[in-house]
Design a protein around this ligand. Structure first.
Ligand SMILES: [Zn+2]
Ligand SMILES: [Zn+2]
Length: 71
């Protein structure tokens, strides 16, 4: 049954595209490296609550005060 093979391939392709789209929906991380506190928060699925980091994140940057890099 060729049709079943075709359907399987199409289903796989669709799931790959869906996965790729889900990847794209993540907010773009700023260039460079986040500070240790921010990296830890990100790992835990949170955002860093430091005032300096929140301010930097609003500007699309990593907090340099906390060891983040923006290049
Ligand atoms: Zn932080
Ligand atoms: Zn900070």
């Amino acid at each position: 049954m060729k049709l079943i093979k075709v359907l399987a391939v199409v289903a796989m392709a669709v799931s790959l595209v869906t996965m790729a789209q889900a990847e794209d929906k993540k907010p773009a991380a700023p260039k460079g490296e986040p500070g240790k506190c921010c990296a830890k928060a990100t790992k835990e699925g949170k955002t860093c609550s430091h005032e300096c980091c929140v301010k930097a994140a609003k500007e699309g940057k990593n907090c340099e005060k906390c060891g983040g890099k923006n290049s």
